[in-house]
Design a protein around this ligand. Structure first.
Ligand SMILES: Cc1cc2nc3c(=O)[nH]c(=O)nc-3n(C[C@H](O)[C@H](O)[C@H](O)COP(=O)(O)OP(=O)(O)OC[C@H]3O[C@@H](n4cnc5c(N)ncnc54)[C@H](O)[C@@H]3O)c2cc1C
Length: 262
């Protein structure tokens, strides 16, 4: 179902809970691989996207808010500090869930507090530091809480400087593969880069069905032509196995698997 507001989102989660249905929240699915076998239970497409600017450079954004829209709206207000969000495809809720960010900045550095909806349908605010963020992870990943909204902190900055910073961030994206992908497949292991390791195994350009390990960046798998989720999963397992064999490093996925996987 489509949730157009926090109220819709909360109601859907409550109904799913009452009927003992498993719930899956999707933002833009920009970091998700959905199984060919589908997803059991209720899938909620989150488009709750109210943005409310408050005094002292605080902004409350619903969890379905597009990160780029938030960055642009903040820029118009001379609200600095969110420029890094401009080129990341996704929503605020998933960004908090997975501590989305760039090499320069993560969302955990700007999020102050988070509104969560528990499985029981009750909402609560918690301080963000209680979510024990780490590289591409938060404590939310171990549970069933849904992010309803988040309050982010920025600071005063000249509009022209904000624009220039956003252009810099967008410029860095030009080195990323175009087309349909889920972004980085694996997290970078400590002190190294997943892309470098996969490339060193000679896997750039490797194909399965309609999927290909990008010849441009080996940590991206691109859907070239009607790839199935199984095609992509095959290449993920191949890359993991080859990197383990050659470097004794076990790569861990950044992308999330949704639905039924055997
Ligand atoms: C081209 C490209 C470039 C990318 N670059 C970056 C980058 O630079 N940095 C980076 O960190 N990521 C990057 N990504 C990955 C992706 O953009 C981020 O992970 C983003 O946060 C995903 O947002 P989404 O709304 O699409 O999440 P989805 O894929 O829809 O969901 C991701 C996970 O979050 C869960 N979730 C979603 N919403 C909620 C909610 N409200 N409450 C609880 N759980 C929720 C989902 O169930 C799922 O498990 C990139 C992806 C692509 C395709």
């Amino acid at each position: 179902m489509l949730a157009k507001s926090k109220r819709d989102l909360s109601a859907a989660v409550r109904i799913a809970h009452e009927h003992a249905l498993q719930t899956t929240i999707i933002g833009f699915a920009a970091n998700s691989l959905v199984s060919d076998a589908g997803v059991d239970g209720l899938v909620i497409l989150n488009r709750a996207d109210r943005i409310h600017f408050m005094p002292d450079y605080l902004v409350e954004a619903d969890s379905g808010t597009n990160l780029a829209t938030l960055a642009r709206r903040a820029a118009k207000q001379g609200f600095g500090g969110l420029e890094f969000l401009i080129g990341i495809p996704g929503t605020v809720g998933a960004a908090v869930f997975g501590n989305t960010g760039t090499r320069q900045q993560w969302i955990s550095e700007v999020v102050e507090r988070v509104e969560l909806l528990g499985e029981n349908g009750k909402s609560r605010w918690i301080e963000a530091r209680r979510l024990t963020f780490s590289y591409r992870a938060s404590e939310l990943q171990g549970g069933n809480d849904v992010v309803l909204s988040a309050v982010l902190r920025g600071h005063a900055r000249e509009h022209a400087e904000i624009e220039a910073r956003m252009q810099d961030y967008l410029g860095l994206r030009k080195n990323q593969p175009g087309g349909s992908s889920g972004g980085s497949v694996f997290k970078n292991p400590p002190g190294d880069f997943a892309g470098r390791l996969i490339e060193a195994c000679g896997l750039k350009g490797e194909q399965k069905g309609g999927a290909e390990i990008s010849p441009m960046h080996a940590n991206f798998i691109v859907n070239k032509k009607e790839a199935t989720a199984s095609d992509i999963r095959y290449l993920i397992e191949l890359a993991r196995a080859k990197v383990k064999e050659r470097f004794s490093i076990l790569l861990e996925e950044e992308i999330k698997y949704l639905g039924k996987w055997s």
